[in-house]
Design a protein around this ligand. Structure first.
Ligand code: NAP
Length: 321
C-alpha cells in the first residue's frame, strides 16, 4: 500500500551520479536538506568504470566507484538524505510536485532531474539470451570471468577503447569490432588501444547475431563494405555503443527531444517551472563526469533562487490574506 510522506520537501533530486550528488552537496550546504533518490544502484555510470584519469584534482587518477563514494559522503556530511530506491512515477503539475517510489509518495517544491543515461544494447538475436553468459555492457563487472578467453568489444568511442584496454588484463585477445573505418574515441584513447599488442580491430563490420548455447561461442558478423557474412569465434562480447537517457517517467510531462533527452533552453531549466535538469539526461554533447558535476552545481543554485522566490511569494500572499 502506498504511504504518503506528509512533510513537503523543499528539494528532491532524482539521480546520484556526479550531477545529482553535486547538486546534493550544494543544496545541502544551502540548508535545503535535499532528499536524493539514488536508485537501487547509486553512483551512476562511474560505478561501472575503472580508472578515471581526467577528473581534476586526482593527478594519478581515481577509481570510478571510489570517486562516487566520496561524492556521496560529501553530500551526506552536509545533511543530504539519500534513499536507495528508484522513483517510479512523478506528477509535475505543481508545485508541489509528486515524486513516488513503489513504497511511498512525496511532495516537493523543487525538483532536480539527474537521472543520467543507460548503456545501449545492439538488439540482435542471441544478445539477451546470452546476457550474463558471455554478453555484457560492463567490463569492470564481468571482465574477470574471461581469463585467457577471446573477447570482442563492439563500438568505436571512448567507452569501447576503455573497455578494450581494461579487458586486456584478462583476455588472450581483445578484438574491437566497429561499424566504420574510423574511431570516434579521443586521440589519446584511440592511440593507446591501437598500440596495445593484445588489441586488434575489425573495421566496417556489424554484429548481426550472438551465437552459442548455453554460453556464447561466437558472433555472426557482416562486413558492411562487401556484405560478406561470416562466423567469428569468441567467448565474450562487451557492448560499448553509447547510452540512452533515463527519461521514461517524465514522458508527457517534461519536453523531450527525439532521442528522449530532456530539452532545456539554458541547460538548467526545463519546460516546467521549478523542475531543473543536470547531467547526461540532458547533455548529449560532453557527457563527462566533470561537466555533469558542473551542471549539478548550476541546477542546485538555480533551484535555490527559485525556492527563495517561491517562499517570498507565499509569505506575501499570507500577509495580504
Ligand atoms: P559514443 O562516443 O557515442 O560512441 C559510441 C560508439 O558506438 C560510436 O563509435 C558509434 O559508432 C558506435 N555505435 C553506436 N550505436 C551503434 C550500433 N547500434 N551498432 C554498432 N555501433 C554503434 O559513446 P561512448 O563511447 O559511450 O562515450 C560517450 C561519452 O563519454 C563521450 O563523450 C566520451 O568521450 C565519454 N567517455 C570518456 C571516457 C574517458 O575519457 N576516459 C571514457 C568513456 C566515455 P559511430 O562512431 O559510427 O557513430
Amino acid at each position: 500500500m502506498e504511504r504518503s510522506a506528509l512533510e513537503i520537501q523543499k528539494l528532491v533530486i532524482i539521480g546520484s551520479g556526479p550531477a545529482g550528488l553535486t547538486a546534493a552537496v550544494y543544496a545541502a550546504r544551502a540548508n535545503l536538506r535535499p532528499l536524493v533518490f539514488a536508485g537501487h544502484q547509486y553512483g551512476g555510470q562511474l560505478m561501472l568504470t575503472t580508472e578515471v584519469e581526467n577528473y581534476p584534482g586526482f593527478p594519478t587518477g581515481i577509481m570510478g566507484p571510489e570517486l562516487m563514494e566520496a561524492f556521496r559522503e560529501q553530500a551526506e556530511r552536509f545533511g543530504a538524505r539519500i534513499e536507495f530506491v528508484d522513483v517510479t512515477r512523478v506528477d509535475l503539475k505543481g508545485p508541489p510536485f509528486t515524486v513516488a517510489t513503489d513504497e511511498a509518495s512525496y511532495k516537493t517544491q523543487g525538483l532536480i532531474v539527474a537521472t543520467g543515461a543507460s548503456a545501449r544494447w545492439l538488439n540482435v538475436p542471441g544478445e539477451s539470451r546470452l546476457r550474463g553468459r558471455g554478453v555484457s555492457t560492463c567490463a569492470t563487472c564481468d571482465g574477470a570471468f574471461f581469463k585467457e578467453k577471446k573477447i570482442v568489444v563492439v563500438g568505436g568511442g571512448d567507452s569501447a577503447m576503455e573497455e578494450a584496454l581494461f579487458l586486456t588484463r584478462f583476455g588472450s585477445s581483445v578484438t574491437v569490432v566497429h561499424r566504420r573505418d574510423a574511431l570516434r574515441a579521443s586521440k589519446i584513447m584511440a592511440d593507446r588501444a591501437k598500440a596495445h599488442p593484445k588489441i586488434d580491430f575489425v573495421w566496417n563490420t556489424a554484429v548481426e547475431e550472438v551465437l552459442g548455447d548455453p554460453v556464447m561461442t561466437g558472433l555472426r558478423l557482416r562486413n558492411l563494405v562487401n556484405d560478406r557474412v561470416y562466423e567469428y569465434e569468441a567467448d565474450a562480447l562487451f557492448i560499448a555503443i553509447g547510452h540512452d537517457p533515463n527519461t521514461g517517467i517524465f514522458k508527457g510531462q517534461l519536453e523531450l527531444d527525439k532521442a528522449g533527452y530532456i530539452v532545456s533552453e539554458d541547460g538548467v531549466r526545463t519546460n516546467v517551472e521549478g523542475v531543473f535538469v543536470a547531467g547526461d539526461v540532458y547533455d548529449i554533447r560532453y557527457k563527462q563526469a566533470i561537466t555533469a558535476a558542473g551542471m549539478g552545481c548550476k541546477a542546485s543554485m538555480e533551484a535555490e533562487k527559485y525556492l527563495e522566490a517561491l517562499e517570498a511569494e507565499e509569505s506575501e500572499q499570507r500577509v495580504s490574506a
